[in-house]
Design a protein around this ligand. Sequence first.
Ligand SMILES: [Fe+2]
Ligand SMILES: [Fe+2]
Length: 198
Amino acid sequence: MQSLTTLGLKLPSDPRWVNIAEMNLADILIDHAFCEQKAASSCISLIVRYPDKEKLVETLTPVVAEEWGHFQRVLKEMRKRGIKLTHKRKDEYVEKLQNCLQKTGDYKVRLMEQLLLCALIEARSAERFKLLSENIADESLKKFYHELMISEAGHYRNFIELAEEYTPKEMVRKRWLEFLEQEAEIMKNLEVRKDRFH
Ligand SMILES: [Fe+2]
Ligand SMILES: [Fe+2]
């Protein structure tokens, strides 16, 4: 399976997070549902914004379906437990990452930034699903999170490959390493909250 190293992440999640998450499953499932919804809509907006990028459209179209499938499955897990989707919460982790994006008029760079941002979120999500699948007691959720870990790790690779398709590899590599440092810094300073997936 994906180790932290293959995912590239510089800082492991706070070990307290998984216990806090398990004690607050309802909140975590709700937040997770919104993360899946957002993952699907980010892919749709990339497809809408870059219709001329054949590989991007081809790669991300099935990812939209997968993310939407994840959303449906989280809803099902919620229904089983009598949990309802409430209003959307502020996603501090993603907002902080978005603030790291280079502001540039160069559309090629903007595309690379967007793709690497998605890759980072996928990598961190895969790491969190791994933690949940290894530590949570509920057997059906354990299995579900294990499947999600594999799926999100695959998406992480999809986004890196797409970035390399449209930008020189050395440029992607350099920016990716920088991004990983920025992400680690964000994670280090992010409060571990009982109602957030990230
Ligand atoms: Fe997903
Ligand atoms: Fe994903």
